[in-house]
Design a protein around this ligand. Sequence first.
Ligand code: GDP
Ligand code: CA
Length: 319
Amino acid sequence: MCFVQIVVLAGGTGGARFLRGVRAAAPEAEITVVVNTGDDVTMHGLRICPDLDTVMYTLGGGIDEERGWGRAGESWTVKAELAAYDADPSWFGLGDRDLATHLIRTRMLDAGYPLSAVTTALAVRWQPGVTLIPMSDQRVETHVVVPDPETGRQRAIHFQEWWVRHRAAPDPSGFVQVGVDAARPAPGVTEAFASADAVLLAPSNPVVSIGTILGVPGVREALLGSRGRIVGVSPIVGGAVVRGMADRCLPVLGIEVSAEGVGRHYGARSDGGLLDAWLVAPDDRADVPGVDVRQVPLLMSSPEATANLARAALDAVGV
Ligand code: GDP
Ligand code: CA
C-alpha cells in the first residue's frame, strides 16, 4: 500500500498544535516533521531541545496543556534545590519529570549518538504518530542582538535568555544562527522532502522557527525540490500574533506583522520563493502575487478547529 507522505516544518507550540490537526485530518498519511533546534540550549550541563520536546510531548499526550510546554503534572523540586544553591541560571524552568528527558538526551549525546538518533530513541516512549527529525544534527543556536542594559552596547545573547529571562523586552536588532555554516540537514530531511506529496509550513514563528530551519544550508533547496506542493499557514491573525513573540521578530527583518507581510516574505514558489498556497484568516486580506491565497479559520481553539485547518491546508495542496 502506498501512503500519502506529508512533511511539516515546525517550531514549538504553534507547530505542535498544528501537527495534532494534521494527524487527525490525515490519519493514514506518513507524516515527517522537521523541527527547529535553534532554541536548543545547555543548562546545568543538560542539553535541552524545547521545540522537539514540545512537539514530542504534545503529540505523545504528555504536554502541560495550559502552559503549552513541559510535562503535565509537573513538580519542581530540583528547581527549588538549585535555587537554594543560588545556581545559575535560575530563570529557566526545568521540571522534575522533564529533567529525565534531558538526562537521557545528554547521556546519549555524550556517548556519541547524533541528535536525530536521540530523538528517535526518546520518541519510542511517546509514540507521537509522526517521524520527528531535528533540522540538523549539528549544533545551531539562535542568538539575539540586543542593547546591553548597562553599557547600551549591542551584544548577542542566547534566544532563551532574551525570551524567557527578559520576556523579549530588549529591542532586538538582529538574529544570528551560531554554527549554521557548518550545519547540514539531519539524516532523513532531504529524503523526506524528495518523496513528499505535500509540504506544510506550520503557523510557527517565521523568523526563529521556520526561518531557522530554512537557514540550514541545503534545507531550502531540498524543500523546493519536492514534487509536492508547498502550503504555509499564517501565524498572524488579525494583524497580531496568537501567542509568542513573532511580532518582536518580524520587524527586525523588515517584515510587516500581517498575514500579507509574512506571505510575501515566504514568497511565491513560481518567483523564487517557497509558497504554492498560503492560508490566512477570514478577516485578513493578503495579496501575495503568484500564490493561491485562501481564507480559512486559523485559530486552533479546539481539536475540531485544528483538524479543519489542517484539512484546508491539505486541500490547498491537493492531498
Ligand atoms: P514556539 O517555538 O513555542 O514559539 O512556537 P512556534 O514557533 O511553533 O509557534 C509560534 C507561533 O504560533 C506564534 O507566532 C503564534 O502566533 C502562532 N500560533 C499560536 N497559536 C496559533 C493558532 O491558534 N493559530 C495560528 N494561526 N497561529 C497560532
Ligand atoms: Ca521555539
